[in-house]
Design a protein. Structure first.
Ligand SMILES: Cc1ncc(COP(=O)(O)O)c(C=O)c1O
Length: 410
């Protein structure tokens, strides 16, 4: 499918549909009239096969108790095998009402209060929140960020694991918001450190399907022919890939039987759940029928990225756009345009943001974005930009950013 056909068919106005991204701006950003380049979902309808299957189920008209059926596991495993060479046995799979809730469960299940939980900023801010909300010790090892590239600081990881009695690593792969797709050698080196020190790894791979420019995602349990699989919990979902987040459904894969039983005990006594049939059904159908849709979507995202990157490079050389290997959420470094050093903070979306940056981004450019400061302290002058949207919006927003920046410099 060509990009134009995809856009003609799937691009949709989401306003006035209780849509968080558009209709909740006033609550989160204090005003309505902003371009929503924030939360990671999209303006595109899901693949036809998903909508048709949901319609059939809705027409049946009964939404009683259900269970996770065989063809669900089969579709999930086929997708993982075809795309990542990782077939998954149904016994290993558990489901959850979203990736973020599952992160809270893992922390409760596998760690004690005051245990160290390691994350690598800049990282998806619920990673920070799930550790502090559960009274665990947040152990931070920033990614090394040099020449617009991000890398893992292995020496620091090992040092902090020993110093802070780290029990759990919550890892993001591909990484949001560094937009890195980790190479297998990088994962191998990181996981070997965790193995040496008995650290359990939770690998959040919700962005697995968004890789670009030849970068290949490796599921954590597959690294080095499965060398670390017994200490890995993988969590992923079709929700980000196929715009199904409102159906609150995700997958958990635990190969190690002992960990799986521990998790089952935890779930049974703390978060007993029934199956959400619509979430399961949409996920199965997306994995079965979503391939061409996803290919076209990625084409749109990549064109949007090129527009952003090339326009900014040409017009504002002091502003840096991250290299987009994975996700659809690159960071933009505005720190050489706006000096945030020692700047007063204002609260946006319940989190602090440098006042001058907020003034430029929200008041002048009229954008609602995720601010770098939310992902890591060292990213005060950054914003994260959601590219999974209408190219016309991307064009308008990028052009506005450039013209406002030029006015600021004048
Ligand atoms: C790394 C990462 N994990 C999890 C989520 C959200 O997952 P869920 O909606 O299933 O809780 C996001 C959404 O942006 C994300 O970027």
């Amino acid at each position: 499918m060509e990009e134009k056909e995809f856009l003609d068919k799937y691009l949709t106005d989401r306003r006035n549909t209780s849509c968080l991204k558009w209709d909740y701006l006033n609550t989160r950003y204090g005003e309505k009239d902003l371009w929503p380049m924030w939360v990671a979902d999209m303006e595109f309808k899901s693949p036809d096969g998903v909508i048709e299957a949901l319609k059939r189920r809705v027409d049946h008209g009964v939404f009683g108790y259900s269970f996770c059926w065989d063809s669900y596991y089969e579709a999930y495993s086929n997708w993982m095998e075809e795309n990542f060479n990782y077939p998954i046995k149904s016994d290993w799979v558990r489901t959850s009402v979203g990736v973020v809730p599952a992160l809270y469960w893992f922390i409760h299940c596998f760690t004690e209060e005051e245990d160290g939980v390691l994350i690598m900023p800049p990282v998806y801010y619920p990673f920070h929140q799930c550790i502090t909300d559960t009274n665990r010790k947040k152990v931070l090892v920033d990614l090394i960020h040099q020449d617009n590239q991000y890398a893992i600081d292995y020496a620091k990881v090992e040092e902090k694991i020993q110093e802070e009695k780290v029990k759990l690593l919550i890892f993001c792969s591909p990484h949001n918001p560094a937009s890195r797709v980790w190479k297998e050698e990088e994962l191998d080196r990181l996981f070997a450190i965790c193995q040496r020190h008995g650290v359990l790894i939770v690998s959040d791979e919700i962005h697995q399907d968004f890789t670009f420019n030849g970068h290949q995602h490796t599921p954590a349990p597959r690294v080095h022919d499965g060398k670390y699989k017994d200490q890995i919990i993988l969590v992923n979902a079709a929700s980000k890939t196929f715009n199904l987040a409102g159906l609150v459904h995700s997958n958990i894969v635990i190969e190690n039987e002992e960990l799986r039983l521990q998790f089952d005990d935890y779930q049974k006594s703390h978060v007993p759940m029934e199956v959400n049939i619509l979430g399961h059904l949409a996920t199965e159908e997306a994995y079965r029928h979503g391939k061409d849709w996803l290919k076209a979507l990625k084409g749109v995202i990549w064109s949007n990225y090129l527009y952003l990157k090339e326009s900014i490079e040409r017009e504002l050389p002091e502003v840096k756009v991250a290299d987009l290997q994975g996700t659809y959420l690159p960071m933009i470094d505005l720190s050489h345009l706006i000096d945030t050093e020692g700047d007063e903070k204002v609260i946006v979306n319940n989190m602090p943001v440098p006042k001058k940056l907020k003034h430029f981004v929200q008041d002048k450019c009229r954008l609602a974005v995720d601010y770098g400061a939310w992902f890591g302290d060292a990213y005060q002058g950054y914003i994260r930009f959601n590219l999974a949207t209408d190219p016309q919006i991307v064009k308008k927003v990028v052009d506005t950013l450039i013209s406002q920046a030029k006015e600021l410099k004048a």
